[in-house]
Design a protein around this ligand. Structure first.
Ligand SMILES: Nc1ncnc2c1ncn2[C@@H]1O[C@H](COP(=O)(O)OP(=O)(O)O)[C@@H](O)[C@H]1O
Ligand SMILES: [Mg+2]
Length: 246
């Protein structure tokens, strides 16, 4: 069974007289352990899709089933709890709490969930080691580089052992070397933690790290490209983008 499945996922934004169709009946699924990239031009619905999948905004029509749970069956409180326990988020601008240390930022989702500190001290250390920041546990965000801050954000996204991690342009604010480190790290978390990742990006090089790329245009899936075992070539992604005139 896929960890994530959408059926006819539809989102319309009504603004006075005007209705914008951001997603038009998207059918799509993600298998456990998959690293999927979503590509598409600005305004194609990528962020809307992540917001809906993360239960941050309800769809206008259609269904989302995540880890066997239909999101539409949950009320607001239940969806908040479900999100905390089952979903990890990585944002373009890291979204760390400036007054907390790296270790405290990583622990935050567990603290919010009411878990006791002594139960997870070891897990925080393991995660900081996984992202190569074991020696920066007591640093605050302003004492870390952009790439290091994003690595803290990755450790935080995985701390509650989520069913899926949703990442919106995680390398969008980084130089290419730091971006490469982040992408390699995301690959590694899939392999070593058996994590499932859905990453939005407009960067073909970033998308080439994924197992599968889903191309969105005007709120519809217009193409998919899958790794046949040798990795996805940036050149193949560029050809598809050119063919689709994206
Ligand atoms: N909160 C909102 N209110 C009204 N329109 C929105 C809102 N969010 C997104 N849109 C519109 O929905 C479409 C898809 O936007 P978005 O999902 O942000 O695309 P992307 O992330 O691919 O750039 C765009 O036309 C955008 O203007
Ligand atoms: Mg966006």
């Amino acid at each position: 069974m896929p960890v994530l499945e959408t059926k006819y996922l539809t989102k319309e934004y009504r603004m006075g007289e005007v209705t914008v169709s951001a997603l038009r009946g998207v059918d799509f699924s993600v298998e456990r352990g998959e690293f999927v990239a979503i590509m598409g031009p600005s305004g194609s619905g990528k962020s809307t899709l992540l917001h809906l999948l993360g239960g941050l905004d309800p769809p206008t029509d259609g269904e989302i089933c995540l880890a066997g749970q239909m999101l539409s069956e949950l009320n607001d409180d239940q969806i908040t709890r479900f999100r905390r326990r089952k979903i990890g988020f990585i944002f373009q601008f890291y979204n760390l709490i400036p007054t907390l240390t790296a270790a405290e930022n990583v622990a935050l989702p567990l603290l919010i969930d009411g878990q006791s500190k002594r139960h997870y001290r070891e897990r925080i250390q393991d995660l900081l080691a996984l992202v190569n920041l074991a020696d920066r546990a007591d640093h605050r965000p302003d004492q870390l580089s952009g790439g290091q801050q994003q690595r803290v954000a990755i450790a935080r996204a995985f701390v509650n052992q989520p069913e899926i991690v949703l990442a919106d342009e995680p390398t969008g604010n980084l130089d290419s070397r730091s971006g490469t480190t982040i992408l390699e790290l995301l690959r590694k978390t899939c392999q070593e933690l058996g994590a499932t990742i859905l990453m939005v990006t407009h960067d073909a090089r970033a998308a080439s790290y994924a197992d599968r790329i889903v191309f969105l245009q005007d709120g519809c899936i217009v193409h998919q490209l899958e790794d046949n075992g040798n990795g996805i070539e940036v050149q193949d992604i560029m050809s598809i983008l050119a063919e689709l005139e994206l």
